[in-house]
Design a protein around this ligand. Sequence first.
Ligand SMILES: Cc1cc2nc3c(=O)[nH]c(=O)nc-3n(C[C@H](O)[C@H](O)[C@H](O)COP(=O)(O)OP(=O)(O)OC[C@H]3O[C@@H](n4cnc5c(N)ncnc54)[C@H](O)[C@@H]3O)c2cc1C
Length: 557
Amino acid sequence: MRGSRPAIMEPNVPKAPVTWRVFGLELQLGEPEALVRERACRELGIDPARVRGFRLVRKALDARKKNGERRLRFVLCADIVVDAGFRSARLARAERSGTVRRAPPAADLDPRVVHPSWRAHPGAHVAVVGSGPAGLFAAIVLARGGVRVTIVDRGSVLERRGSELVAFHRTRTPNPESNLLYGEGGAGTYSDGKIYTRVDDPLEVPILEEIVACGAKPDILYDSRAHIGTDRLHFILPKLRARMAELGVRFAWNTRVDGIVHDHGRVRALQTSAGDIAVDAVVFAPGHSARDTWAALAEQGVAFEAKPFQLGVRIEHPQELVTRGQFGDGPEVASLGAASYGLVSRAAGGVPATHSFCMCPGGRIVASVSEHGYLCTNGMSNSTHSSRYANAALVTTFTPAEFGNGPFDGVAFQRALEQRFFDAGGGDYHAPAQRASDFFAGRASRGEMRTSFGFGVVPARVDELVPELLRDALRRALTQFERSITGFAGDDGILVGLESRSSGPVRMPRDFKTRRARGFVNFMPVGEGAGFAGGIMSAALDGAHSALALLEHGLID
Ligand SMILES: Cc1cc2nc3c(=O)[nH]c(=O)nc-3n(C[C@H](O)[C@H](O)[C@H](O)COP(=O)(O)OP(=O)(O)OC[C@H]3O[C@@H](n4cnc5c(N)ncnc54)[C@H](O)[C@@H]3O)c2cc1C
C-alpha cells in the first residue's frame, strides 16, 4: 500500500463480500503469476492478508511493436474478493480511472440456481439432436434441471470414431455417418480446441469449469488464447460423457434423425434410423454440415433462410516463420511456444474484407469431409502445438447477394465449389495447392510443396478455382499480411483449399426470447447448424442459454 492512505472499513455495511475486477495488470516474461495477486492488491490499496478470494480472469500476451520496438509482456485482469465495506483512496482513484470496477455476477449452468422459481417437469423427455458443444451443454443444463435427456447423434462414440477416420485415410472414402464432422463431441473433436470468444458471456466461466473438471488444464479459465488440443479433448470427452450419464443423460450413437412427427407446431416424435423416439421437446443442434437433415426438415415445414457465410482457403507456413514474425528472435521467445496470429484486411474499393480464422499453431490441415466427392479443409493441433507447421483459414464473407436468396442457395454454392476443388485435386482427396507468391502473381507453382495435409496436395491454380471476388480479397489480404509477418505471402506460404465451412450457410428463424423455431412450441434450433454460433464456445453458450430458455418459458405449455 505504498503511497496510499490506509484502508478504512466502514461500519454498518452488509457483510456480503464484494468482487472487484482489476484491469491492466502486467507481468514481464519469466515473472511468476503469483505476483499478479500482489499487484492487484496494490491497485486496490488493500493488505493481501485481508483478501477473501482471488482469481485470474484473463491473461494475454502483448507482442505488439511500439515505435518499431517489440516489448513482450503479459497483460492481465483479475478479480479480488474483499469485505463489502472496504474502501481506500487507491480504490476510489482506480474506479475513477476505469482500471477497477465491480465484477459481473457469477453465472451457473444449474437452472435451479438461475431460476429459483424453477418448476420441475418430472417425466418430461427432451431429445437433443447432436453431441457437439451446443448439444452437450444444452443436455447438461436440462439434466441438471431434472429433465430426462437423450442425446441422439448419427456419428459414433469417440472410441469408435477414431478408427473410422483412419479408415477414411486408408480408403479415401468417407463414412457419411461418422467422420471428422459427425460423432461424439461434434465438429470440434479433431480441432485445435480453441475455446476463447470475444463475447464475454457470464456462462463462459461455468462452461470452462465443467471442462476443467473433466481434465482440462485450469489455465483455460483465463488464458486469452486458451486451447485444449485434440489429444486432450479425447481425454476430456469420455469424462464429460460419464459425468452426464451420472446426471441421467442417455446417448443414442449411430442414430440419424431423418425427420419429425408433429401436429399444430408440436413435435411428438423424432423419426430416426433406429425408429421413432417420443419426445416432449427437441433441442436441434446438428452442426453446419447437416445438409440432408436440413432438407428433410424443410420438407416437413420447418423454416430455414439463407445467411451470409465465410469462404476462403487455408494457408500454411513453417511454424518458425510465424513465430519469428510475431515474437522476433530474442532469447526469451523460446518460453512462449508456437506463435499464433489474427490478421484482418479491411474492405476497400469494392474488395471485401478478409481475416484469418481458426489459426492452428503447430498443427495440421485436415479434410473436414462428410459427403463423398466434396473437398473442404480445416485445421487441428495437439495440446503441445508440436508440429512444424502453422495453418489458418483466410476467409471472406459471402452474402446471399453473391449466391442467391433461396434458403439453400448457399449450400448449393458451397457444394459446387467443394466439388470443383475435389475434382481439381484428382478426385481422391488430394487438395489443390498454390504458393502464396504464385497466387499473387497468377501463375502455376513449381517444385514440391510440403504441407501437413495427410491426403497430400497437388499443384493447381487455386487463384482460378476460387470465385473472382475471393481471389481479389485474398490478394489484397496477402499484401497486407506480409507487412505484419515477413514471408507470409512468399514462397513459404502455401494456399490449400477449399475452406468452405468456417460458418454455416443457413439460419433457422427462432423467437428471440423463447428460442423456439418459427411455428413450433417445443422445437429449438441451436448452435452452428441453426445459424446461431460459430465456434466451440459460442455453440456451447448457445446450447446452454437455449436450454435455460426452454426451462424458463415452459417445457410443456
Ligand atoms: C477440423 C475443425 C477444427 C475446428 N477448430 C475449432 C477451434 O479450434 N475452435 C473453435 O471454436 N471452433 C472450431 N471448429 C468449429 C467448431 O467445431 C464448431 O463451430 C462447433 O463444433 C459447432 O458446434 P455445434 O454443436 O453447433 O455443432 P457440431 O459440433 O457440428 O455438432 C453437430 C452434431 O450433430 C450430429 N448430427 C448432424 N446431423 C444429425 C442427424 N441428422 N441426426 C443425428 N445427429 C446429427 C453430428 O454427428 C454432430 O456430432 C472447428 C471445426 C472443425 C471441423
